[in-house]
Design a protein around this ligand. Structure first.
Ligand code: ATP
Ligand code: MG
Length: 421
């Protein structure tokens, strides 16, 4: 019942005087009254405008009140209308029948005015409350439906977001896989290039002893072919061959050891001895190049820590390069100077300076790259190997242009300390 209008009460009775009495009894109440004088009319009116209460005479010609009530309860549109029966019948059976048909209350004719008013008001109040309740229920149902809709929408959003995330994850996984494959390929390439560098290193380091062995073998044959054969000199040449063979073996051993452990055997080394030994190994090469090799050793040099064979290789590589460089100069200008002296800031500095054509400033670093060479027969690995050996010793190797002409290579090495690792 809307609060801005009076409740509509339909009075149904075939007796006009009864209708009049009822109207008078209910006059003054906040009600709008409508009347019907038989069942058919009552039903028509109710269908046109559903009232808030029907006061229904049970006994009428044509459709009885009971029948009207039954039909009202049958139709969903009118099922909720409260029906209050009025009848002269006061027997229990009729009351029960009316109530069974869905009537909400019962008044007996002739009625007492106050009782009628009280029952009508009670029913209207109950009906209004019921209507408000059902309206609230509808609101709740609507709210619930929209909530469910919202939940469904959010769920769908979450599902979509989840799907997006999964797709991204999938893409990331694929990208990661690609990176890993690229890394593996790179590692493989690194191994391949390490192998080729290694092969080049071995070829390079064995070149010098093999060349020496070859020339000593030729010399021995010549000495033995002389008349009379110079057996003593030939024996000396054979001794040199054996020594070079042993050295070549040691070079290979060292490389194997380096490969196996990646570390070197460090002992206390006398640099003076090392320089003299290398100069002896290269004496004939220097002679062939027509070069003078001068050795300048500072007195009282501390010993350095390192691997003798490997450091010999370094000095050998530097000296062979220097002899190469000076061989392109006029004979009187072919000088190579090997120096060893204490370095500023501790350690020992070994240097090889030559009177060759020097090194273009732009190449001072590039010459240490593997396979960098300016020589037709060069492999370009001598300096690369030398630098990695020196660095494995905790030292440094670098090139400078000489003060006048020529190149100078300097090698800084740490000194030997008792008990140091
Ligand atoms: N004393 C030097 N004077 C001028 N250039 C030099 C000297 N030493 C090295 N170089 C330059 O550095 C390059 C690289 O030297 P490195 O010893 O690494 O290789 P290589 O002598 O060319 O060949 P190999 O691998 O047979 O020694 C040389 O080709 C040369 O151009
Ligand atoms: Mg070289």
């Amino acid at each position: 019942m809307a609060s801005d209008r009076h409740a509509l009460v339909l009075l149904v009775d075939d007796d006009p005087s009864s209708l009049k009495l009822l109207s008078e009894a209910l006059a003054g109440q906040p009600l709008t009254l409508a009347v019907a004088i038989d069942g058919e009319m009552a039903l028509r009116q109710i269908r046109r405008e559903v009232p808030d209460l029907v006061l229904l005479d049970a006994v009428m010609p044509g459709l009885s009140g009971f029948e009207v009530c039954r039909r009202l309860k049958e139709d969903p549109a009118t099922r909720g209308v409260p029906v209050l029966f009025m009848t002269v019948l006061s027997d229990t059976a009729s009351r029960v029948r009316g109530l069974e048909l869905g009537a909400v209350d019962y008044v007996s004719k002739p009625f007492v005015r106050e009782e009628l008013v009280a029952r009508v008001r009670t029913q209207l109040a109950i009906h209004a409350a019921a209507r408000a309740l059902s309206e609230k229920n509808e609101e709740l149902a609507a709210a619930r439906a929209s909530l469910e809709l919202e939940v469904a929408r959010r769920t769908e959003e979450l599902r979509a977001a989840n799907q997006r995330l999964e797709r991204e994850l999938e893409l990331n996984r694929a990208a990661e896989l690609k990176v890993r494959k690229a890394q593996e390929e790179l590692a493989h390439l690194n191994r391949v290039s390490a192998m080729s560098e290694l092969a080049a290193s071995i070829a390079h380091e064995l070149n010098q002893p093999l060349a020496a062995i070859l020339s000593n073998a030729q010399a021995a044959r010549r000495l033995l072919g002389q008349a009379p054969p110079d057996v003593a000199e030939a024996r000396a040449a054979l001794d040199d061959i054996a020594a070079d063979g042993r050295r070549a073996g040691k070079v290979i051993d060292r490389m194997r050891a380096m490969l196996r452990k990646g570390e070197l055997s460090a002992v206390a080394l006398d640099l003076g001895e090392l320089v003299r030994e290398v100069a002896r190994l290269l004496a004939s090469a220097a002679l062939l190049a027509g070069a003078t090799v001068r050795i300048e050793l500072a007195p009282g040099l501390p010993r350095v820590r390192g691997d003798g064979i490997q450091l010999q290789q370094v000095l050998l590589n530097l000296l062979v390069n220097a002899l190469d460089a000076v061989s392109r100069r006029p004979p009187e200008a072919r000088l190579v100077v090997v120096r060893a002296r204490p370095a500023d800031g501790g350690g020992v500095e070994l240097s090889v300076a030559d009177s060759g054509e020097g090194i273009p400033p732009a190449d001072l670093e590039r010459i240490f790259e593997p396979f960098f060479t300016s020589k037709a027969q060069g492999l370009g690995v001598g300096l690369a190997i030398s630098r990695s050996i020196v660095e494995a010793h905790g030292g440094r190797l670098w090139a400078e242009r000489g003060p006048g002409q020529g190149a100078t290579f300097r090698c800084a090495l740490p000194v030997w300390r008792e008990g140091a690792p």
